[in-house]
Design a protein around this ligand. Structure first.
Ligand code: EPU
Length: 419
């Protein structure tokens, strides 16, 4: 298993380009199952998660070609069963359920298992499929869906932790081929949901309201092939902005959509960093002493849970007391124990982290536990005195395209150690 070794304390400067969004690419690749015609998707990031998704599509019978960031998928004939062996490596595999149900009117997909960031149920996805007329059974670890026909319905997808992103994606992908009109209330508003709706509309779907809490979907008989560019990854963008804040003289990220990153740039601004945005780039630079923050993670456009761990790393060395409350995945704090091994002073009180800023972090061997927690450890390593070695790097490779190479371009002393 590879490790990432960082010699901390080398300030970052310069610029890098942001890759296509992982969380847009995964459901959009799944959506290509909705048509027999070829689809061409550009700016698909080179990540293990997108590779897994392409393996699932291939298993289901699609022809897949990948050349650099462009993927073409032709799903002329498909089958509707994705067993455990094929889907177990990635929780987001669950988003083939909607397209399979829409196109084949049946689907058998192994249930996603637990996850270190907390309990991750799919009850809302299943409730949505049922409302469209599907019979839902969970047996022997599989979700089985069957619908002689799908009919439009009014569905409220809001759960106790707010809207569901992949649940909204899944029900929308089934509803585009249902008879009649579907209204999804309590829909997720994330930019990745909008990107998927835009792609589906290019395929001939009739979806209105993407980016609001209410989606109106008029079912169509069939969809056709389409070409699409994936939006920039707002979480990768946010992670690099925090890298620039934690250890930068001034860095610029390019090929980004500043509006999608507003919650993060506002937080960094409140923390005392200078932020300058133009149409497709954002710069972050120091601006006097950094200040502590109070942050709450919320659905978009609130502060994203996927940036909580990285902010923990930043606030660990920001003077004063910061408080973060995790409202989406209340147990998503696996990074805290590792940050403490580097000298951070963080107390967890249920879903809240109370962070007392320290003057120095110290390099240490640390273990990545999930994607964003791993990124936080790398960021802490950039700032720490001495050498930090992050093991279980496969977590990072799931969701950051060439993170070590991009940080190295910015002047970080970082290397990948193969074992
Ligand atoms: N929830 C339910 N029932 C459901 C579905 C979700 O109670 O049927 C709860 C979850 O337990 C959570 C909340 O609703 O408390 C929101 O979860 P959501 O369904 O929105 O999460 P997701 O769609 O499975 C996506 C991203 C995650 C990101 C979350 C929240 C993808 C592939 N994944 O997951 O990204 O944290 O939305 O924004 O889009 C990551 O990239 O590191 C990552 C974990």
């Amino acid at each position: 298993m590879d490790r990432i070794r960082i010699h901390g304390g080398h300030p970052l400067s310069g610029s890098i380009k942001i890759s296509g969004s992982k969380n847009s690419a995964l459901p959009i690749l799944a959506a290509t199952l909705l048509t027999r015609e070829p689809c061409i998707i550009h700016r698909v990031p080179d990540l293990s998660d997108t590779h897994y998704m392409l393996q699932i599509l291939t298993h289901l019978g699609a022809q897949v070609e990948r050349a650099s960031g462009t993927v073409s998928v032709t799903a002329e004939k498909i089958e509707s069963t994705a067993p455990y062996d094929v889907v177990r490596r990635m929780r987001a595999s669950v988003c083939v359920l909607g397209p399979l149900l829409g196109r084949c009117k049946e689907a058998t997909v192994s249930m996603p298992g637990g996850c270190v960031i907390g309990d991750r149920p799919i009850d809302l996805h299943l409730k949505g499929f049922e409302a469209l007329g599907a019979a839902v059974r969970v047996e022997s670890g599989n979700v089985k869906l069957f619908a002689p026909k799908l009919a439009g319905a009014v569905i409220n997808l809001r759960g106790k932790f707010g809207p569901t992103v992949l649940g909204t994606d899944n029900v929308m992908m089934a509803a585009v081929l249902a008879e009649g009109t579907t209204v999804i209330e309590g829909a997720a508003q994330e930019p990745e949901v909008v990107d998927l709706a835009n792609f589906l509309n290019k395929m001939g779907a009739k979806i209105e309201g993407a980016g609001t809490r209410r989606l109106i979907i008029e079912g169509v008989k069939e969809l056709h092939g389409a070409e699409h560019d994936i939006i920039p990854d707002r979480i990768e963008a946010g992670t690099f902005l925090v890298a620039g804040a934690i250890c930068g003289k001034g860095i610029t990220i390019k090929r980004v959509e500043p509006e999608h990153v507003l919650a993060v740039t506002n937080a960094l601004n409140n923390c005392g960093f200078r932020i300058e945005s133009s149409a497709n780039s954002i710069s972050v630079s120091p601006n006097g002493d950094a200040k502590p923050l109070e942050l709450i993670t919320e659905p978009y456009p609130g502060f994203p849970t996927d940036m909580q761990a990285q902010m923990c790393a930043l606030l660990s060395t920001t003077g004063g007391i910061s408080v973060i409350t995790e409202n989406i995945f209340p147990q998503r704090y696996m990074h805290v124990a590792e940050l403490k091994r580097m000298g951070a002073n963080v107390d967890l009180e249920g879903p809240t982290a109370v962070i007392k800023g320290v003057d120095h972090l110290f390099g240490a061997p640390v273990m990545a536990s999930d994607l964003r927690a791993s990124a936080a450890l790398v960021l802490a390593g950039l700032k720490a005195d001495g050498i930090t070695e992050v093991s279980r790097v496969y977590h990072i490779d799931r969701g950051y395209e060439h993170l070590d190479e991009k940080l190295s371009e910015l002047g970080a002393h970082i290397e990948r150690v193969k074992s």
